[in-house]
Design a binder for this molecule. Structure first.
Ligand SMILES: *[C@@H]1O[C@H](CO)[C@@H](O)[C@H](O)[C@H]1NC(C)=O
Ligand SMILES: *[C@@H]1O[C@H](CO)[C@@H](O)[C@H](O)[C@H]1NC(C)=O
Ligand SMILES: *[C@@H]1O[C@H](CO)[C@@H](O)[C@H](O)[C@H]1NC(C)=O
Length: 466
């Protein structure tokens, strides 16, 4: 049933931008009226999609027409400030199945078995929304709330026991491996005093969201100013919700939704923006994935940016497809050379010691020696799988898919995977961490599935019902 409030919102949107409405009408006429074959069955779907587009686009258009400062309580403010369900995160952990044999040196390969999914929903609240209409820029501070979707998960992660590499120990010993010998001795004493283990047992929930780790607590003594948290949780660190960031996206027609600035800077200083600016570290053609400009063509350059990615990921055009909604869409995927050691990605490897298939994310994660790849090292160098058993990269399961309705620039699907790995350097000086020396250790991977917000769908339904 149509809620009166949503009806009001939808009609408000329609009223607010008559230009968009007339183009909607024009499209409807061309697509439906002129084509009797699709008139009856697909009409509803088309309308649904087009109104969806309208709903997505309107806030920006409306704001740029009417208000400079969005006052609290106004219709627009409520719209943008509402809870928006943005992504689903399916988490998979690589459970170690030969811990004893690997630690004793009997097995050279670490055997893992993927466990999951544990699926989470991210609700996003955009704070401090402000439109600079002179410059056609929209400012906001995203804040997120994450909850488990139990019915779409394999089990409650709190009930699942896993055997996993100790990320704190592996990261710290790897960082200390570059310090002088006199600093390694107290670190070795610390790990033996704390009876640290290189492979630990705990619930999947604790591993993802945080557990007490004595090494982390004491870490400050060795690496002052390094750690600002007392618990270690993989997903918790990865999403890093304690450090708010401000985003500025374009509200202009030709590059609507393009990310212009993060924290007032037009690039990623972690990768040398400012000192050695290049396309690799500058926000150009970068989108968060919630919306795109209108009138896109296969040659429109699109790069994906999310703070947790720590970089821009080039998308490559694959095909133009007909979606089940009966609407044409441009299909993109994460470019197969996005993880190459090419000139294009040069800023991501300042030391020049990288291997195809992953990139270092330490500058974005408190210098922890973490590396990001696609799930199961898809498109990576085969050497990454040399000491691991249990991974088998498959483009269908571990690849990406971005579908964009080109006329209005509506995001229909946005799916990609990210795997977190610990890059362990020469840690042979530490008896506990030693078995993992010089190894890229896969820990977990996440399938990020961006969803068209349900709010938009509901508004679309309302319009369809008219
Ligand atoms: C993870 O591996 C350990 C050790 O092989 C095993 O005891 C445990 O049952 C596994 N966990 C799951 C959820 O399969
Ligand atoms: C996050 O969502 C949960 C469940 O919906 C809610 O209880 C909690 O108050 C929310 N937290 C924040 C900070 O919004
Ligand atoms: C983890 O659990 C396995 C059995 O499930 C056991 O063999 C192993 O000793 C445990 N490891 C630690 C560090 O407690």
């Amino acid at each position: 049933m149509v809620q009166p409030q949503e009806g009001a919102r939808a009609s408000f949107l329609l009223r607010a931008d008559s230009r968009a409405r007339s183009s909607l009408h024009a499209l409807r006429t061309t697509l439906i009226v002129n084509n009797p074959a699709i008139r009856s069955s697909v009409a509803g779907c088309l309308l649904l999609l087009l109104s969806l587009a309208l709903y997505l686009i309107n806030p920006v258009v409306v704001i740029s027409k009417h208000a400079t400062r969005i006052s609290e309580g106004s219709e627009i403010y409520k719209l943008l400030n509402g809870d928006i369900e943005t992504i689903h995160i399916s988490s998979y952990l690589f459970n170690v199945t030969n811990a004893a044999r690997f630690l004793s040196g009997e097995d050279r390969k670490l055997k893992v078995k993927e466990i999951g999914p544990f699926k989470y929903r991210e609700i996003r609240i955009n704070k401090d929304i402000n439109l600079d209409s002179d410059n056609e820029m929209l400012h906001y501070t995203p804040s997120t709330n994450i909850t488990l979707i139990r019915e779409l998960s394999a089990a409650d992660p709190a009930d699942v026991m896993v055997t996993m590499p100790n990320v704190a120990l592996l990261s710290m010993s790897s960082m200390m491996s570059h310090k002088p010998f006199w600093m390694k001795i107290p670190f070795n004493l610390l790990t033996s005093n704390e009876k640290s283990q290189a492979i630990i047992n705990m619930s999947a929930h604790s591993y993802l969201w945080g557990y007490e780790e004595p090494l982390i607590k004491l870490g400050n003594k060795f690496l002052p100013g390094w750690i600002f948290f007392t618990q270690l949780g993989l997903l918790d660190r990865f999403l890093d919700r304690e450090r708010p960031y401000k985003l500025v996206v374009s509200a202009a027609n030709h590059n609507r939704f393009q990310v212009m600035k993060m924290n007032d800077i037009a690039g990623l200083t972690s990768w040398g923006y400012g000192e050695k600016s290049s396309d690799c570290n500058t926000f150009s053609d970068a989108y968060e994935g919630l919306g795109y400009p209108a009138e896109m063509t296969p040659s429109t350059r699109v790069r994906l940016f999310r703070k947790m990615l720590c970089r821009m990921l080039d998308l490559e055009y694959v095909d133009t497809v007909m979606t089940p909604l009966g609407v044409k869409a441009l299909k993109y995927q994460i470019s197969r050379d996005a993880f190459d050691l090419s000139e294009k990605n040069a800023c991501l490897c300042p030391k020049g010691d990288c291997v195809k298939g992953y990139y270092d994310v330490s500058p974005c994660f408190y210098d922890l020696p973490l590396a990001m790849s696609q799930a199961h090292f898809l498109d990576g160098d085969p050497s990454l799988l040399e000491r691991i058993e249990g991974l088998s990269p498959d483009p269908k399961l571990h690849g990406s898919e971005v579908l964009i309705e080109p006329t209005c620039g509506v995001a229909l699907t946005n799916t990609f995977t990210m795997q977190i790995n610990v890059k362990v350097d020469d840690v042979t000086y530490n008896n506990v961490a030693k078995p993992f020396a010089n190894m890229m250790v896969p820990i977990a991977w996440f399938k990020i599935h961006e969803i068209p917000p349900t709010l938009r769908f509901r508004a679309a339904m309302t319009i369809r019902g008219c």
